[in-house]
Design a protein around this ligand. Structure first.
Ligand SMILES: Cc1cc2nc3c(=O)[nH]c(=O)nc-3n(C[C@H](O)[C@H](O)[C@H](O)COP(=O)(O)OP(=O)(O)OC[C@H]3O[C@@H](n4cnc5c(N)ncnc54)[C@H](O)[C@@H]3O)c2cc1C
Length: 502
């Protein structure tokens, strides 16, 4: 064992990024690794629960996105955690893979024909693929994703029919779930091409243990004393030159000190910060002393971090047909309409109609009497402030008025509140219109101090991981995992090089 492997490393946060970083370091032989986690549980935005029965409900991440090159898919496969053949669209309500068995209803109870749904959804899929595959025409490159889609759709004959237009709005609202945005007018059309969708789709669902089963595999590799839960870090003091000078006379020689909310103090040679972009947006100003370099603060400000929430409705009996994979709501107008969204004169009126942001209710695997509604952006944040019962009642009213079916009262309601969760403050990252995503993701990922600026400082004092730091796989669990491995590897390389050259 090399002496350098005794370096003190503190990881802040026990989501996929933090756990992957710690597991990689421990596997490489580092003996002084500690994870400080603010919450009483590990997993972060992965939260597998069992609120209705012994079967799982995922309040956070649900799908493994892509197979080839996806380390979490590999891990799940190796450990027999996958169930084949479940379509993602059933839970994610994605237009790109929408199944014909979704029932689409216009306001007022008219069902939209499957043919219209298929035509519009497949056009929408084609248009978004152009953006994802960086094949946009020049005239569209500078636009927001919403404006590009509007312009491209206007050229299609489908735009001539009212059903076509309304379905297209549904597609856009549904796409907001993927982009974690209030509206696609907030999202860059051209930058989305840097996000890489791994081959293999996401047709492999996790088995009955859900995402928790993958977390458990990582946890098995970590000695339990490594993780301290209920340990919120209040401040990270880096580049402690005064302390270093004093300590050079015969004490510890750690350039970083962490102070926790409970006044616990930890010293470290390296800290890997994995807190969400939402937490950084709120706390970067107070969390780091001295303050972060300007390029980092700019990245934190520029990148978008939106809210996506799930609304689980548990009924005593199933009222929707067996072949109905989801009940999709095609609004006559709503928050995604450009005029409504971009109008500054609207004030707070949108709060009264927050439920118009719900694009539909999907059936839930292993729960025949449960539906899952999806809501994003500012309307999701507003919904989080309401009582569960109020949200449940609003959803039942929607289901009754759109379908005309006899919908019973809901028996249990469970909603996620990722936007108000103080340890997350949102759901995942997107690249806003007019922002250079690659530049900002890279700036966020860069360790400090920057060696070219402060050559006398100890290197790699504070490193950054987490989904928001990944240029190509931001928003995903595998992006988070890979970013943790990346930062652990950065330290492993640093010490390997040091050992070789000394
Ligand atoms: C509703 C929803 C659905 C999603 N669906 C999918 C999906 O289907 N597939 C997919 O791939 N991804 C999905 N995601 C995204 C995925 O969950 C995240 O990208 C990933 O889990 C992020 O991991 P992370 O380690 O970067 O951050 P986190 O999981 O947020 O971990 C950061 C940790 O830091 C802790 N922390 C915060 N502040 C402090 C502090 N001061 N001191 C100590 N600890 C602190 C937090 O408590 C947290 O545990 C979804 C997310 C949400 C919210």
């Amino acid at each position: 064992m090399s002496a350098t492997k005794e370096a003190k490393i503190v990881v802040v946060g026990a989501g996929f990024a933090g756990l992957a970083a710690a597991a990689t370091l421990v596997r490489a032989g580092f003996q002084n690794v500690q994870i400080l986690e603010a919450n009483g549980r590990v997993g972060g935005r992965v939260h597998t629960t069992r609120p209705f029965s012994q079967n799982i409900i995922e309040l956070g991440a649900n799908w493994i996105h892509g197979q080839e090159g996806n380390p979490l898919f590999q891990l799940a496969k190796e450990h027999g955690l996958l169930v084949e053949g479940v379509s993602a669209s059933k839970v994610m309500c994605l237009p790109r893979s929408v199944t014909p068995r979704d029932y689409f209803f216009r306001q007022g109870g008219r069902q939209v024909s499957t043919e219209s749904v298929d035509q519009v959804c497949s056009l929408f899929s084609k248009l978004t693929s152009k953006a994802f595959e960086s094949e946009l025409e020049d005239k569209h490159r500078a636009l927001s994703l919403g404006s590009y889609l509007d312009a491209a759709f206007a050229e299609s004959p489908l735009a001539a029919s009212e059903d076509g237009q309304r379905l297209f709005e549904w597609c856009k609202r549904s796409e907001c779930t993927d982009e974690a945005s209030s509206s696609l007018y907030e999202v860059s059309a051209s930058q989305i091409g840097y996000y890489i969708a791994l081959e293999g789709g996401f047709f492999n669902s996790l088995g009955p243990g859900g995402y928790q089963a993958i977390l458990d595999i990582l946890l098995k590799d970590l000695p339990s004393e490594i993780i301290l839960t209920n340990k919120a870090v209040k401040s990270i003091h880096w580049d402690l030159k005064e302390q270093l000078q004093a300590n050079e006379k015969g004490g510890l020689n750690h350039p970083v000190k962490l102070i926790c909310e409970d006044d616990g103090v930890f010293e470290a040679d390296h800290v890997i910060v994995t807190v969400s972009l939402g937490v950084l947006k709120q706390q970067a100003g107070t969390l780091f002393k001295p303050s972060l370099p300007k390029s980092k603060l700019t990245a934190i400000e520029q990148l978008g971090f939106g809210t996506v929430d799930k609304i689980f409705l548990c009924f005593n009996e199933r009222f929707w047909p067996e072949d109905c994979a989801g009940i999709q709501l095609v609004w006559d107008e709503g928050p995604e309409d450009k005029s409504v969204y971009t109008s500054h004169s609207e004030g707070e009126a949108w709060k009264e109609t927050w439920y118009k942001k719900i694009c539909g209710f999907d059936s839930v695997a292993r729960h025949p009497t449960v539906l899952c509604g999806w809501i994003t952006g500012r309307e999701a944040l507003h919904m989080e402030t309401l009582q569960d019962s109020e949200v449940g009642d609003a959803c039942v009213r929607l289901l009754r008025s759109f379908t005309g079916w006899s919908v019973p009262d809901v028996s249990k309601v469970l909603i996620s509140r990722w936007g108000l969760d103080p340890q997350v403050l949102g759901s995942y990252t997107f690249v806003p219109h007019n922002v250079n995503g690659v530049k900002e993701h890279e700036a966020l990922a860069a360790p400090i101090p920057f060696q070219n600026k402060i050559p006398e400082s100890k290197p790699l004092q504070v490193l950054f991981a987490g989904e928001a730091t990944h240029v190509n796989f931001y928003t995903t669990t595998h992006g988070a995992y890979m970013s943790g491995v990346r930062e652990a590897q950065r330290l492993i390389t640093h010490y390997t090089t040091k050992t070789v050259t000394s």
